[in-house]
Design a protein around this ligand. Structure first.
Ligand code: SD4
Length: 340
């Protein structure tokens, strides 16, 4: 964590009680009322408590004069480099073949630019490859071998295709496949959105995706409009959860569309989930969560289950908040992949 001066405070406005997490971070227990969810930019918001140090790195970059894209990239590098994170970067849970395939995307509000990569193996920072796609090619999305060839040609930093710890866990899982046909494995993603003091919006998203997914499977995270969307005129949103339940509905685009219609970002997240649940045969049993910000510095999040936590960082504070959920099913402070 950076040593920037800041006040850490919790959801005092909502009368919630602070709880100490295993990592020593303070977590709010209940959602904060929408009226309290606004601050002066610069503002960085991301998914999960592990987004907090990433936010802080992004804010430090902004304050040192870096661009919005640099801030997103440096922030997400923190999570991608965290060897204890089993959902983002090369420490992520591998696919069914025992290889970690990473997905990422980045968006710049100014110019409405985007870059993305899917199913990339053996590179440390998919967010940087996504940015390189955006800035140096005439394309938006490269996948698989093509994306890896591009990353190699660009000299992007390499790493192992799977960590030793994850390899051992995968071998155990594979052995168990003989007995049980399928096992649900957790997953989390960092989706980060930022509003700069000049009013410009940026976002990024990075994940190893669903644990033990089919090789070649790409989730919502690198798909513009699904795992991330930035509209420089109105707001930005990002998603975490089961990608199949987000990408069929262009989830993040829908959140930003509700912001455009005038909803507070938190209400936009809630309304998106309600709309998806109304259409989906599974109803609210979707395991999806969104974070969002708007041009006015309002921010919020929501999940299908209660207690989805997200990180909010600005000049005044850096904190982890609980979002409202639409069912009582508790997603927990650490989501799918983090050790409980
Ligand atoms: C995916 N949405 O690959 C990602 C995983 C995730 O919380 O965010 N899980 O489907």
């Amino acid at each position: 964590m950076t040593a920037m001066p800041r006040r850490r405070f919790l959801a005092a406005a909502a009368g919630t009680v602070a709880a100490g997490s295993a990592s020593g971070r303070l977590l709010a227990r209940a959602p904060v009322p929408t009226s309290a969810l606004q601050t002066r930019p610069p503002l960085v918001v991301s998914t999960w408590p592990f987004g907090q140090p990433a936010n802080e790195a992004a804010l430090a970059a902004i304050k040192s004069g870096a661009s919005g894209l640099d801030a997103i990239e440096r922030g997400i590098h923190v999570t991608e480099s965290d060897a204890s994170n089993p959902s983002v970067g090369l420490s992520g849970i591998p696919n069914a073949d025992g290889r970690v395939q990473l997905d990422a995307c980045i968006m710049s509000g100014p110019g409405h630019k985007a870059g993305a990569v899917g199913a990339v193996e053996g590179f440390r920072h998919p967010i940087s490859i996504a940015r390189r796609v955006m800035e140096t090619t005439r394309h938006v999305f490269l996948v698989g071998q093509g994306a890896m060839d591009f990353a190699a040609a660009e000299g992007m930093e390499r790493g192992p295709v799977v960590s030793d710890g994850q390899k051992a866990a995968w071998e155990k899982w594979r052995a168990a496949q003989a007995k049980a046909k399928s096992e649900k494995k957790g997953h989390d993603t960092i989706a980060m959105v930022a509003l700069l003091a000049d009013g410009n919006l940026f976002g990024g998203c990075s994940t190893s995706g669903l644990g033990y997914k089919l090789p070649g499977r790409v989730g919502d995270s690198p798909i513009i409009g699904s795992g991330l969307y930035v509209d420089n005129e109105f707001g930005a949103a990002g998603a975490t959860g089961i990608g199949e339940n987000v990408m069929r509905y262009c989830g993040s685009f829908l959140v930003v569309e509700y912001i455009r219609q005038g909803l507070h970002p938190q209400d936009a997240c809630l309304e998106t989930i309600r709309r998806i649940a109304k259409m989906d045969p599974k109803g609210f049993d979707l395991s999806i969560n969104f974070v969002a910000i708007d041009k006015q510095g309002r921010y919020g999040a929501a999940g299908t289950g209660s207690g989805f936590q997200y990180s909010v960082t600005c000049d005044e504070f850096s904190r982890v908040l609980s979002s409202p959920g639409l069912t009582a099913k508790d997603v927990g402070p650490t989501g799918g992949n983090q050790p409980k």
